[in-house]
Design a binder for this molecule. Structure first.
Ligand code: ATP
Length: 267
């Protein structure tokens, strides 16, 4: 017979015990005004009775309010060298975490065939873009080869208000700018390949770049590594192990949301 006692100094409760013999009898010993009652907690009715008598003994109801406050929605800024697998990781992450919103960037460039407004980008005119800049409606924006690209604040605010975590995919310069703006209020994740060799093979495998473009991307990747210390986390996206990278990023988000002192982004 194994007897485990607990909560002994709780008002009238004199002890819990678990009897582990063939009959599998579980119970709690409770004293009502000096009379010891043994309640059978093997049945639902017995458990309800024990629960109620504990409340009676304490003279108050047990609260069903959450003990820990709801975690703050988090902003995850995702960056890394071209071809490392940012899109692939984010795409899979969105499939496995339903409470994530991937921010769709606004751009003043014309829509290309096959692109969908609101999915690939929000396509807006240059005038509209300039008016939004004037009204301070972008978290960050840049002029890239004559076209504006920017992160609309409203989209982030709206989704954070609904409790969503926010994912932003930016290049290294974008990450530096966002770090200056958001400081420690967002989580900065840098994705790398396990080696330069693996990165180059991945880029070749994607078949989207010319030889010249490949050389440029590899050179930039080396430069970009120098910015690593501006980030909070580095995740190695190993060849053939996308799932593991997605798991690690998910764990980072979970750990951040379990922190006692959490990041709180105000956009
Ligand atoms: N862990 C992995 N193992 C093997 N292939 C991968 C892995 N992760 C991504 N890939 C593949 O590598 C290629 C590049 O990935 P992806 O387009 O997601 O990179 P990216 O970082 O978003 O690139 P860019 O910055 O140029 O847009 C894709 O063909 C993708 O399917």
């Amino acid at each position: 017979m194994e007897i485990s006692r607990g909560i002994q100094d709780w008002c009238n409760v004199v002890g819990f015990y678990k009897v582990n013999i063939k009959t599998q009898c579980f119970g709690a010993a409770i004293s009502y005004g000096g009379t010891l009652c043994v309640l059978n907690t093997a049945t639902d009715a017995g458990r309800v009775e024990v629960f109620r008598s504990l409340e009676d003994s304490l003279g108050s109801k047990f609260s069903s309010e959450p003990i820990a406050p709801n975690p703050n929605p988090q902003i995850i800024v995702f960056s890394g060298p071209s071809g490392v697998g940012k899109d692939a990781v984010i795409k899979r992450l969105r499939e496995v975490r339903k409470d994530l919103h991937f921010v769709v960037t606004a751009t003043s460039r014309a829509k290309r065939p096959g692109e969908i407004d609101g999915k690939d980008y929000f396509f807006i005119s240059k005038d509209e873009f300039l008016s939004m800049i004037e009204k301070n409606e972008f978290l960050e924006y840049a002029l890239v080869y004559g076209d504006y690209k920017g992160v609309p604040k409203k989209q982030i605010r709206d989704y954070m208000a609904k409790g969503y975590d926010i994912v932003l995919r930016v290049d290294i310069q974008g990450a530096s700018t966002l770090r200056r703006i958001l400081k420690d209020s967002a989580i900065f994740v840098f994705l790398v390949a396990e080696s330069e060799e693996a990165l180059v093979k991945r880029l070749i495998g994607r078949k989207t770049e010319s030889k010249e473009a490949l050389l440029m991307r590899v050179a930039s990747a080396k430069e970009e590594l120098k910015n690593l210390n501006e980030f909070d986390y580095v995740v190695v996206n190993k060849e053939g192990d996308l799932e593991r990278s997605v798991e690690i990023v998910g764990s980072i988000i979970d750990a951040e949301k379990a922190k006692v002192h959490q990041r709180r982004a105000a956009i």
